[in-house]
Design a protein around this ligand. Structure first.
Ligand code: PEP
Length: 246
């Protein structure tokens, strides 16, 4: 159980359409209840739904984010992409950058750094994903990988107050497996120690569900969760939040 202010970020990935909006009513009602007094819900739907989510959440405190952005702050000939100003313009307050599903497709730490700078300039808060692969974990490279991702990803960014780190071990995403509690505690501490500002928020992501949240909530240096699969089901998402506090 925790009394801490926690963040719950729903990453819907490439799922959802206009009919999914109906499923949000339960979450909106829940967001206004006493049970979520010390926390913030943030939805990151596909770009096609950001505008509709924004209208739906008009009278509540639920945040909205994009799942990625183009690195350029300018408009231009980049077929199929959107930049951070476009996300902001349709109602986003946050953007996920550096998700492993995009790193796997070739997004480098350097490109991620450009995207983060562009997002901050557009006054979006950044959910910056980092994490090691299974192979890197087996070779005991977790800390060196995280250090490199943080160092290059945040190069020349002085003000980090609008950046949330999301530690997402690649092997935990969508696998049903979560890190051992003592390992997760140590890794989150390692990440936080990289920052002078001890108030830097670190979220955990990877197979969070209503069952394992009772173990995860005991790890007292975590500031919230990035939730993929389970967040597409309103009941599961609400259960995760409720169980974090009870
Ligand atoms: C994610 O993709 O950010 C994620 C955490 O996914 P899942 O919860 O499905 O493992």
């Amino acid at each position: 159980m925790t009394n801490k202010y926690m963040y719950f970020v729903a990453n819907w990935k490439m799922y959802g359409n206009l009919s999914s909006l109906n499923t949000l009513d339960k979450v909106i009602k829940f967001s206004k209840s006493k049970e979520i007094k010390r926390g913030r819900l943030i939805y990151c739907p596909p770009n096609t739904l950001i505008s509709s989510f924004s209208k739906k959440f008009r009278n509540c405190q639920i945040g909205i984010g994009g799942q990625n952005c183009h690195e350029s702050k300018n408009y231009g000939a980049h077929t199929g992409f959107v930049n951070c100003h476009m996300l902001k313009n349709i109602g986003a307050h946050f953007v996920i950058i550096g998700h492993s599903e995009n790193r796997e497709k070739g997004e480098s730490d350097k490109l991620i750094n450009q995207k983060i700078k562009s997002a901050l300039e557009a006054k979006l808060k950044v959910i910056f994903c980092i994490g090691e692969t299974l192979n890197e974990k087996r070779k005991k490279k977790t800390y060196s990988i995280l250090s490199k991702q943080i160092k290059t990803g945040l190069k020349n960014i002085k003000n980090k107050s609008n950046i949330f780190l999301a530690y997402e071990p690649v092997w935990a995403i969508g696998s049903g497996i979560i890190p051992k509690p003592q390992d997760l505690l140590k890794t989150v501490k390692f990440i936080k120690n990289k920052f002078k500002d001890r108030s830097t928020k670190v979220l955990y992501g990877g197979s969070v569900n209503p069952q394992n949240i009772t173990n995860l909530r005991e790890i007292n240096n975590i500031d919230g969760f990035l939730i993929g699969g389970a967040s597409q089901n309103a009941k599961k998402f609400i259960d995760i939040v409720k169980k974090t506090y009870t």
